[in-house]
Design a protein around this ligand. Sequence first.
Ligand code: RRO
Length: 303
Amino acid sequence: MLEVSLSGVRFKNPFLLASGVLGITPGLLKRAERSGAGGVVTKTITLEPRRGHVNPVLVELDVGMLNSMGLPNPGVEYFMDVITRARELLEVPLIASIGPSSVEEAEKLSTNVVKGGADMIELNASCPHVERHGLEILSDRKLISEIIGKVKDSVPGTPLLVKVSAMTDDICSLASTILDAGADGIVAINTIRAMAIDIHSQKPILGGVYGGLSGPALKPIAVRCIYEIYEEFPGSTIVGVGGIKSWEDAVEFFLAGASAVQVGTGIAYRGLEIFRELTEGIEKYLAHRGYKSIGEIVGLAHS
Ligand code: RRO
């Protein structure tokens, strides 16, 4: 009932661990699987190790979370081993998130993560607060097309999803560029550039000044982006992410056009049990309405 296939990769359920949350060690990825995740995405991997931004890197707000992690990761050489060990441990698909800053880096990153054993690639070109690895790439249409083309040439058998941002004036034209360049699908959406100021010190709270807003405030924006993309490209592969913390939230994403969804900040609110809550809730919703598979409700809000 909950099984989905994304560009030929099969998932036992459509609830995936989002990038940046627990995706740094094989053991943590396995914990997400044990808790019921249908697939897992690694922390975004860069060619060279990165320390990330200075503390504080996370603030809880009343509308969500603000992070300015700064893409901390041990680099692809180290991460290949993490992917290989995780692949041995996991039964669910493993998606490697890569964060290149150039076409050359995209080639090296994609070749290496696939050599390590990744089943799928998520190209993260939408971090709102890390220079050279995020929005600069997504807003340069020529560069993003070249990167997508290079990844597809380097690892032709591995499906490629591109994670986008709502911070664009025309999400459909961005989606068109991405799909025309050969990507297999779109992950919508990354966090939104935001900030918080401490009224006592009268200074920005985050060490990196700017951060990415995630959590409940993001949900209606993500649903809107997915709806717009699906309306223009019906049947395209869209993976939704942004503020899901209940099965009812997830249903909205499916109705808008997502074939699967990712959970990130929701884990901070609900714990890893959220994966069971989502699967049980959606199973009941589908059964109650007489649907036999999750695919039957994808995009229904458009009809
Ligand atoms: O590591 C981060 O600071 C980060 C990344 Br790469 C991203 O894509 N989105 C986000 O909110 N934080």
